[in-house]
Design a protein around this ligand. Structure first.
Ligand code: ADP
Length: 850
């Protein structure tokens, strides 16, 4: 479609502008964009002016051409003829400026302005310079008539002017088009905004309909906006909430302090926080939310907002609270039950003490066969009762989580031997063989709780014998594994008894569960033994299980972990601990023969029956006993004469066993000596032993007392080193003791010695009782009772001019009068030894004067 539109001559520099205008006109006719038109015009102008500037002339052709598959308009300029003539008539044309630099710059610039630029050989004269702009693909080729018309338009000067006007119009049209374009863009923008607005409407719908409260806040926590749920939860209308600080508006006295701290910290650090919060409504009522506090940041990372989202969890919290209370109540009830059981066991043990002890004593006397049989039945029934009592106590300890394990060195073979010895008689009576398999490779001495291990073995072996009519029962142990610190033992107790049905084999480890639960069942028992054993095994990091076939027998397995002994060679011969319960045995024999070494024993217990039981038992062995009913009497007795051993009940009114021991040990620290003290305790809860030993006692014996145990322990204690000298009776009233003054008392009673003695016996009766009363009043925080008891005691001690005691009693009385018992305890403790000292002195005085 190549077509020449028009040709012109370039003669002067002034033609350049004209030619540039024509180029622009053609560009407009061929629908080039204004910018591309201008660029073409500028290129034409530049080239023409360059040629003309150094005297060149040329022919300028405007054409439509095809280039590389694209249609273009082309402006070609051939400067050769003019230039050649210019060079030939250099003089007339004037000196030619050095063109190279100028033209190089022009070539570069024109190359930038047009799509195609050829300057073959330019600036050498005769070169043809072509500049072309590519037309848009949508451009339709002009018809011949149009080409003719365009040619005319380009050549006519007037047409150029007309076209210039047309061009301006076109330009304004373009501008209008631009505006339309912009308007289109604007419309598109508006549409986008409308979509955004729709989004926002939906979001605000969600925010207004959600059940979660939402508050949007400034960085400092000031509320900027809230949603409907917020208003519903807090009862604050938006007008009242906005502008307030979230925490100041909603936190209150019951809001958890730690939660408030967390909230403040999160706000300071700008970090998200999820927490449960107790908040206050406008009407003062509280409610719980699960709060999510979210920081909002801008692109620069600066905190710009907070969003608080709250989910009302009041109902959930209330349910949790109810459950927590129920759990607490259940725990309290369980604790109360355990305490009740512990106390009951204590209460039952005291009379049991007397029943068993007296039975034992009675069996040691001359009896008819029938009587002996009755008493033996009493004894074995008491043993059963005591066993049951111990089981219930153990179970209560397990339930109260109070079961504790001892850790001492013990001999494994000894534990097994003791258990076997205990049950041997029963097995023999039933004609059952009792076998033990203890490999020699087992460590002989280990560390753990031998009493509890013995208890498990006694239970399993006892059951095995109980549920077996013929055949054998065997206990075996083997080492499972060992480490540097521990060894694990696997025990089996096998019998050839009745067996346990498969479906019952798990249940028997539960409390009170027995295979035969009928009331007419053949075998006795509480159903607690295996439950307790399971717990003990668990505490020794082991497990227990059973394999059994009905009619063939059962094998109970259990494992325990024990520590290596730190001193594996020898065991202390008399470890201060409760003696193992001996087998049902002929203790009558033991009591019938005198002890090799008669001892002086001080027996202290506030229960008459207990005192007389211990005294009778020990007297039968030839020991000399002195009785004391309370701690003061103990101290007084020890001051009077030396004893080889003191049996001391820990629970006595006034000075209890612990306080008495402390006083004895204090006195010994001053005066030397050491009298062995054996604690008698009815409280079989764990911790008693440690408490006794800590208090300075040497050994302890749990009640009910068994004569044989009592005798063994009393006779096994090392000899006393107490050098207390018995106070020699004096012929006259003692010289005034430091502290009290009997002479002053006698003076105050007009030298009536009988009256003094009767007053003194009042003191012996009432003094300790009043002191006990004081202690009880303090414990019960009964200030009035403290005042009365202290007042009476003050009067009593003042009679003997016992200033120190009088002062303390006076102070106690004052405290009571002020309605308080605070600070009374240490005073009462000081008073104890003083009262004992006075009682002591009084007794000596009475002995001397009667
Ligand atoms: P108790 O023996 O006091 O009833 P245990 O907890 O020791 O309580 O045992 C629970 C029950 O398990 C027994 O009553 C008995 O039915 C069953 N049982 C335990 N050991 C054996 C055994 N060796 N052979 C058969 N049955 C047994």
């Amino acid at each position: 479609m190549n077509a020449i539109i028009a040709e012109f001559l370039l003669r002067h520099a002034s033609d350049a502008k004209d030619l540039a205008q024509r180029a622009q006109l053609l560009a407009a006719l061929t629908q080039l964009s204004p910018q591309r038109r201008n660029e073409l015009a500028e290129a034409v102008d530049m080239v023409c002016r360059t040629i003309a500037a150094h005297g060149g002339k040329g022919k300028v052709r405007f054409a439509l051409v095809q280039r590389g598959g694209h249609r273009c308009i082309e402006v070609s300029i051939c400067d050769q003829p003019a230039r050649a003539s210019a060079e030939q008539s250099a003089e007339s044309a004037g000196p030619r400026p050095a063109p190279a630099d100028v033209e190089a710059a022009v070539i570069q610039r024109v190359g930038e302005l047009v799509d195609h630029f050829e300057s073959s050989g330019w600036p050498v004269a005769g070169a043809v310079i072509r500049m072309a702009q590519t037309l848009s693909p949508g451009f339709t080729s002009p018809t011949e008539a149009e080409v003719a018309e365009w040619s005319q338009l380009l050549q006519a000067n007037t047409a150029i002017d007309a076209l210039a006007v047309a061009l301006r119009r076109a330009r304004s049209l373009e501008e209008a088009l631009d505006r339309a374009h912009r308007a289109r863009e604007l419309r598109a923008g508006l549409a986008a905004r409308a979509t955004e607005a729709e989004h926002l409407t939906m979001l605000s719908l969600v925010i207004s309909k959600t059940k979660n409260s939402i508050a949007i806040m400034e960085p400092d926590g000031t509320i900027m906006a809230v949603n409907a749920a917020f208003v519903q939860m807090t009862l604050y209308p938006p007008g009242e909430a906005v502008g307030q600080r979230f925490d100041e508006l909603l936190f209150g006295p019951s809001t958890d302090a730690a939660s408030i701290r967390d909230y403040q910290r999160a706000r300071q650090q700008g970090s998200e926080l999820i927490q449960d919060l107790l908040l206050y409504r406008k009407d003062g009522a509280t409610f719980w939310i699960e709060s999510d506090l979210i920081p909002v940041r801008n692109d620069a990372g600066q905190l710009t907002r907070w969003i608080s989202i709250g989910n009302d969890i009041t109902k959930r919290r209330q349910t949790e609270e109810v459950l927590r209370r129920a759990k607490e109540t259940a725990e309290t009830n369980s604790r109360l039950k355990s305490e009740f059981l512990a106390n009951m066991s204590h209460e039952i043990r005291t009379p049991m003490n007397a029943i068993m002890g007296m039975t034992e004593l009675a069996l040691g006397t001359e009896l008819s066969d029938e009587q002996r049989e009755y008493l033996r039945t009493v004894r074995s029934s008491s043993e059963l009762l005591l066993g049951l009592l111990n089981d219930i106590l153990d179970l209560s300890k397990i339930e109260a989580d109070k079961m504790e394990m001892e850790e001492i060195d013990f001999s494994l073979p000894e534990v097994v031997a003791e258990v076997v010895k205990t049950l041997e008689v029963k097995a023999q009576q039933k004609g059952i063989r009792l076998e033990t398999h203890l490999p020699a490779s087992l460590p002989a001495v280990l560390r753990g709780d031998p009493t509890r291990l013995r208890q498990i073995l006694l239970n399993l072996l006892g059951n095995a014998i109980k549920f077996t009519e013929q055949g054998e029962v065997a206990v075996a142990v083997e080492e499972q594994w060992r480490s540097d610190t521990e060894v694990s033992l696997h025990w089996t107790v096998r019998d050839t008894g009745i067996g346990i049905p498969a479906e019952q084999q798990d249940a028997i480890f539960e409390a009170f569960k027995q295979v035969d639960a009928s009331t007419t069942r053949k075998y006795g028992g509480s159903g607690l033994g295996l439950t307790i054993s399971s717990e003990l095994v668990r505490m020794m990091q082991g497990r227990i299980w059973v394999e059994s076939t009905v009619g063939q027998g059962s094998t109970f397995h259990f494992t325990v972990r024990l520590r290596w002994s730190e001193a594996p060679v020898a065991l202390p011969a008399s470890t201060p601990r409760a003696l193992p319960r001996p087998a049902d045995g002929p203790n009558e024999m033991l009591l019938a023969v005198p002890a090799p070494r008669p001892l002086r024993v001080l027996v202290a217990d506030d229960h008459d029956a207990n005192r007389s039981l211990a005294t009778t038992v020990l007297a039968k062995r030839g020991h000399q006993c002195v009785q004391a009913a309370n701690g003061y009497q103990v101290l007084a007795a020890l001051a009077r004469q030396p004893f080889d051993v003191v049996l001391l009940d820990v629970q006595m009114p006034g000075l209890d066993g612990y306080q008495t021991t402390a006083a004895i040990r204090q006195r010994e620290a001053r005066e030397g000596g050491h009298v062995p003290i054996i604690a008698l305790t009815a409280h079989a809860m764990s911790g008693d032993r440690e408490k006794c030993l800590m208090a300075g006692m040497d050994a302890y014996l749990a009640k009910p007392l068994r004569p044989a145990e009592l005798v063994r322990l009393v006779e096994s204690v090392p000899a006393s080193t107490t050098s207390a000298t018995p106070a020699e009776p004096a012929s006259a009233p003692a010289a005034p003791e430091p502290g009290y003054d009997f002479q002053a008392a006698l003076d105050s009673l007009d030298q009536d010695a009988d009256l003094l003695v009767s007053q003194m016996s009042f003191f012996l009766n009432d003094g300790p009782a009043l002191l006990a009363d004081i202690h009880q009043a303090i414990q019960q925080r009964d200030a009035h009772r403290l005042q009365l008891a202290a007042h009476r005691l003050k009067g009593m001690v003042a009679r003997y001019a016992f200033q120190q005691a009088t002062d303390i009693a006076h102070q106690l009385e004052q405290l009571g009068r002020q309605g308080t018992v605070d600070g009374a305890e240490p005073l009462a403790r000081q008073l104890g030894p003083l009262v004992a000292q006075l009682a002591d002195g009084i007794r000596q005085y009475i002995r001397r004067s009667t």
